[in-house]
Write a protein that binds this ligand. Structure first.
Ligand SMILES: [Zn+2]
Length: 117
């Protein structure tokens, strides 16, 4: 028998801070007409992130390879998000209108993207 089996109630949450595992948003709204993703966080903060910003931050294998080789990436300023899916409890997967869909957007990453620079 596995001596380390524990119920969810016993799970420690200490790692949460250091790993930047933040609580998922209460609400996620994709405003397709405005090409804007709106998130409402448990602490009441709201993030508005344009699809263009999200697309620029795409971390799919294709985009990462381009960044590593220093290649110029052409992104349509009109790019939109066709669809979004929850990726487990850790974040969102976004399906862009230009075909990129392999990038994962963890909650903390989304929150950072939405904060004013
Ligand atoms: Zn990409």
């Amino acid at each position: 028998m596995n001596a380390f089996t524990a119920s969810n109630h016993d799970a420690t949450t200490h790692i949460a801070q250091s790993q930047r595992l933040i609580d998922p948003p209460l609400e996620i709204r994709l405003r397709k007409a405005q090409r804007m993703l709106e998130l409402t966080w448990p602490d009441g903060a709201q993030s508005r992130i344009s699809c263009l910003t999200l697309r620029r931050a795409c971390a799919c294998s294709n985009c990462q390879r381009l960044q590593q080789t220093g290649a110029l990436t052409l992104i349509d300023a009109e790019v939109g998000v066709n669809r979004l899916e929850l990726s487990g409890i850790s974040g969102l997967q976004l399906y862009f209108s230009d075909g990129h869909f392999r990038g994962l957007y963890p909650w903390a990453y989304l929150r950072d993207l939405g904060d004013p620079a």
